[in-house]
Design a protein around this ligand. Structure first.
Ligand code: FE2
Length: 281
């Protein structure tokens, strides 16, 4: 008989994203990385962009650098083309993910490939441990069909982008320097979902749409629940809902951060700026 999971995670705090813009005027909601929640180790940023007005996204993100962490772009709808200074290109489409280890540095652009219609998705930044901040850049890109779906009772469905569920569904994103899991979960109204999480991981739920309860606390669409420590998470959906469940191993290292560079010390940050300005990316 399966042992009942003890000590399910409650909500430590709820964060409502702030409207802002980035890149060349892309309107987005910043959930992690703003004043309310500057970081949640190992996560440095979570942006949610969603609009069917091209004026909100058409400018895209022209060439810019990154060093010292990973950027995860997960698209719910639309098309985004990626190009970097080493000649790597890729087209991200609805349901696809790009998990980019920037490592010692890339200069890239991320541009919508649509003139109209809905663009919706996320960018998550995952910090890298000090020993991996200067590794060679690496791309993991998977389209919708390459991301396995797991069906649960009550009609609950998980899209497993990274990590392995308790039922052994394994996401295609692998060999992460900072161990993490990333699930996109759809819950019908009045459904229930439970899943163990590694107790050492920091975890959050971002509710894309609908209404759910975690440990008796209600969460509304567009808000993020920072989870307590514990061995599992249990979610009840009051309405048809969709959410991201993301968790990762905290690094517990000093963070020196400015703009697109995230290092461990001010000296490393200065080095990143001079390397970029002097063309060493
Ligand atoms: Fe970027």
């Amino acid at each position: 008989m399966e042992q009942l999971v003890q000590n399910s995670r409650g909500i430590k705090r709820i964060v409502v994203g702030q409207e802002t813009s980035d890149g060349a005027g892309v309107r987005l909601t910043r959930v992690i990385g703003g004043a309310q929640l500057p970081q949640f180790d190992p996560f440095l940023l979570l942006d949610h962009f969603v609009s069917d007005d091209p004026d909100d996204y058409i400018g895209g993100f022209p060439p810019h650098p990154h060093r010292g962490f990973e950027t995860v772009t997960y698209l719910l709808a639309g098309q985004v083309e990626h190009r970097d200074n080493a000649g790597h290109t890729g087209l991200l489409e609805t349901g696809g993910v790009q998990w980019m280890t920037a490592g010692r540095g890339v200069i890239h652009s991320e541009m919508p490939q649509q003139q109209d219609g809905l663009l919706s998705g996320f960018q998550l930044w995952v910090n890298l441990p000090s020993g991996q901040k200067m590794v060679a850049p690496r791309y993991q890109e998977f389209d919708r069909e390459a991301i396995p779906r797991e069906q649960r009772s009550d009609g609950v469905e998980l899209r497993v982008v990274a990590g392995q569920t308790s039922r052994q569904t394994t996401g295609p994103v692998s060999e992460l320097a900072t161990p993490a899991l990333f699930y996109d979960i759809t819950l019908p109204a009045d459904s229930w979902f439970s899943e163990p999480l590694p107790p050492a991981y920091n975890g959050f739920v971002y509710l894309i749409e609908g209404s759910v309860s975690i440990d008796g606390t209600k969460l509304e669409g567009g808000s993020l629940a920072v989870l307590d420590q514990g061995e599992s998470v249990e979610i009840t959906a009051q309405e048809s809902s969709r959410l991201l469940l993301v968790a990762g191993q905290p690094l517990n290292e000093p963070i020196a951060r400015r703009g697109p560079f995230v290092m461990n010390s001010e000296a490393e940050l200065q080095q990143a700026f001079s390397d970029y300005q002097e063309g060493r990316f």
